[in-house]
Ligand binder design. Structure first.
Ligand SMILES: [Cu+2]
Length: 361
């Protein structure tokens, strides 16, 4: 409602200004000074251009650096983030200062060369040196920026180290799911034809690597170790966005993508740094993927390596929780599946699971 009132007010003010302008023009015509095409407010308008520039640049800097942008720049918590942050600020410094200088020229010259009875316009149609200068300099600067950005990108998106923790991240309307390789640390195959209401990731149980895979409710990663995310989507394009890690990669149906990184601060470290005892890392979707897009949020926990191992080993294989799917395991692998999925381990009291799970909180 308030928005409507504001829009109406703006429209009315513009209408009034147009009417005033029209009236002043008509008055001018009636008075007979039509031979001069200089609007009466020449000086005022020149002055207003300067006001516009000062207010505009002031607002620009205040919005960008004056505390209104707190949520845009999150504390950094990954190794490669140092590189991307530096690149961002170098680009910002170069393009920002060019922006300011050109605005000063634009509005300053408009003011300086406002209409004057004592001045005739200088005819200046072309200058090769100038053309060369303002085409060449930006071309070189932009090429250097793009080159350094490209080098960083190649670095960041290159092959992950051998010892990286491999985690599968799957986006679908409207949630995320993550899968770990289990005790063999190998992710089993998947097939979209296997997707059903329970097997949401389409895990293919004809592959023995899939037997011990587990799907937890939070994404856990170890601090200080390389982590490789293997990313895919089930329906439309989503985007894995983890602002604290300076990480973003599209999740595309039918085209697996990946991103590897090294987290540098545990969730506990970050709670101390931010002074927020409820702080949690978040994975959010950064592609408008449908009406439930806003709900695609997933909690990430960065553990100390030992805590991570403990959490990892306490997770139950998906197949253990959904033993019906043993029927999809080929006959000759049934026994291996029972062992890998810890399904033969009937003696284990269920309370241990409860303790193990809660101790990782
Ligand atoms: Cu999405």
């Amino acid at each position: 409602m308030l928005n409507l009132v504001v829009v109406l007010a703006v429209v009315l003010i513009i209408a009034i200004l147009i009417a005033l302008f029209r009236v002043s023009t008509l008055v001018g015509i009636v008075k007979g000074d039509t031979q001069r095409q200089v609007p009466s407010g020449n000086k005022v308008q020149a002055f207003l251009l300067i006001v516009f520039m000062v207010v505009g640049l002031g607002a620009f800097f205040y919005y960008s650096f004056g505390g209104l942008n707190d949520d845009y720049v999150q504390p950094l918590a990954s190794e490669h983030g140092v590189i991307t942050d530096r690149l961002f600020w170098i680009t910002m410094a170069i393009t920002g200062s060019v922006f300011v200088v050109t605005q000063i020229f634009l509005f300053g010259f408009s003011y300086k060369y406002q209409h004057s009875e004592n001045r005739k316009a200088f005819y200046f149609p072309h200058n090769n040196k100038l053309e060369l200068f303002w085409t060449g300099v930006p071309a070189i600067v932009l090429a250097l920026l793009i080159l350094s950005g490209w080098r960083a990108w190649v670095d960041i998106t290159g092959e992950a180290p051998e010892d990286a923790e491999v985690i599968e991240v799957v986006g679908y309307q409207y949630a995320w799911s993550v899968r770990y390789g289990g005790s063999d640390k190998k992710l089993g195959d998947y097939d979209y034809k296997k997707i059903d209401a329970t097997n949401q990731l389409g895990i293919d149980f004809s592959d023995k690597d899939a037997f011990d895979d587990f799907i937890p409710r939070e994404l856990h990663v170890p601090k200080g170790k390389p982590v490789l995310l293997q990313i895919r989507a089930r329906d439309v394009i989503h985007s894995v966005f983890i602002p604290h890690f300076r990480l973003q990669m599209n999740a595309v149906p039918g085209m697996p993508t990946r991103f590897w990184f090294v987290p540098t601060k545990s969730t506990e470290d970050m709670r101390e740094e931010t002074g927020n005892p409820d702080f949690n890392y978040e994975l959010v979707c950064n592609k408008i993927c449908g009406k439930g897009h806003f709900a695609m949020k997933y909690t990430i926990v960065v553990d100390e390596p030992a805590d991570y191992e403990a959490w990892y080993n306490s997770q139950d294989p998906w197949l253990k929780q959904n033993a019906d799917y043993l029927s999809e395991v080929p006959q000759n692998l049934q026994e291996a599946a029972q062992i890998a999925a810890k399904l033969d381990d009937r003696s284990e009291p269920s309370s241990i699971d409860g303790i193990a799970v809660s101790s990782t909180k």
